[in-house]
Design a protein around this ligand. Structure first.
Ligand code: R5P
Length: 310
């Protein structure tokens, strides 16, 4: 087995390699002066089971292109099987035509990854499970839930806990947490009554005097989460916390989260945290390296991956 790290999240790649007790394969991923990217693998990969680790996080297009070029390099180096390991699969929110003459970019990215040479994909908490069907190669979609649930059990008293979905689209995910933890579930329903008028938040469920845990797959601008936290506090929540798989955190998201009513927000390291994330007092990153590493080992040994979540 060979593990190759592209540039998006070197610390996570190193942690995965450490879990597998393997060195990262010697490779250079660099830029020409016009920013074209160039990949060179410095070790023989002929006949190897190769895993290329790359999240398509900011700058998303550069990181996607690095992955495609690395896949091509390894395919032309005659690897026997190549797995694109994408802890964060970007472009997933563009998973349907949102209007006339708009793209389905998630499908386009799936095609690009396949054509570049991936034989399979390993990712985590895909924005929509159906994106698996955009690939005609096997895709394993891991869940951060077991890592988060362990953290919740270690840090919260069960008595007044309630899981909250910040929007209707996230109900299935929040319900799975509530079921595993044996807690109640609340749902935030956002509605814009008229164009140009700000959204009204309706909370389905009683959150008064409860410790609310918001669960979502992505925090990007932080708008969804911070608005939800404010609505929960206004409805009498005792405290509000969040568990979010992918900390995209673009623009002023970190300062928005820092000044929000969120007492804590736990994200994974699927995306490398910026300095602002590391110093934010209410943001904590926990590692998915052991989970990713275990999944890679099982794929390589042709053992069950789904049983990781039984
Ligand atoms: C939406 O369907 C997603 O699950 C997230 O709620 C959304 O992407 C978060 O975006 P933002 O932080 O920009 O509100």
């Amino acid at each position: 087995m060979k593990i190759i790290a592209c540039n998006s999240n070197r610390p996570l790649s190193e942690a995965i390699a450490a879990y597998l007790k393997l060195p990262l394969t010697e490779a250079s991923v660099r830029r020409f002066s016009d920013m074209e990217c160039f990949v060179e693998i410095h070790e023989n990969v002929r006949g190897e089971d190769v895993f290329i680790i790359q999240s398509t996080s900011y700058p998303a297009n550069d990181h996607l292109m690095e992955l495609l070029v690395a896949l091509d390099a390894v395919r032309r180096g005659s690897a026997s099987r190549i797995t694109a390991v994408m802890p964060y699969f970007g472009y997933a929110r563009q998973d349907r035509k949102s209007g006339p003459r708009t793209p389905i970019s998630a499908k386009l990215v799936a095609n690009l990854i396949t054509v570049a040479g991936a034989d399979r994909v390993l990712t985590m908490d895909l924005h929509a499970g159906q994106i698996q069907g955009f690939f005609d190669i096997p895709l394993d979609n891991l869940f951060a839930a077991p890592v988060f649930i362990r953290h919740i059990e270690e840090n919260f008293d069960h008595d007044d806990l309630i899981m909250v979905s910040p929007d209707v689209g996230g109900v299935v995910r929040a319900r799975a947490f509530a079921k595993r933890l044996g807690t109640d579930l609340a749902i935030i329903d956002k509605r814009r009554e008229r164009a140009g008028v700000s959204e009204v938040m309706h909370i389905i469920g009683d959150v008064k005097d409860r410790t609310c845990i918001l669960v979502d797959d992505i925090v990007d601008s932080g708008g969804t989460l911070c608005n939800a936290a404010e609505a929960l506090k206004e409805a009498g929540a005792k405290s509000v916390h969040a568990y979010i798989t992918h900390g995209v955190l673009s623009g002023g998201a970190v300062s928005r989260v820092s000044s929000s009513p969120l007492e804590s927000m736990v994200i994974t390291d699927s995306i490398l945290g910026t300095e602002a994330v590391r110093v934010a007092s209410n943001i904590q990153q926990i590692s998915i390296a052991p989970l990713m590493g275990e999944a890679i080992e099982r794929i390589s040994d042709a053992r069950s991956v789904s049983s990781l979540f039984d």
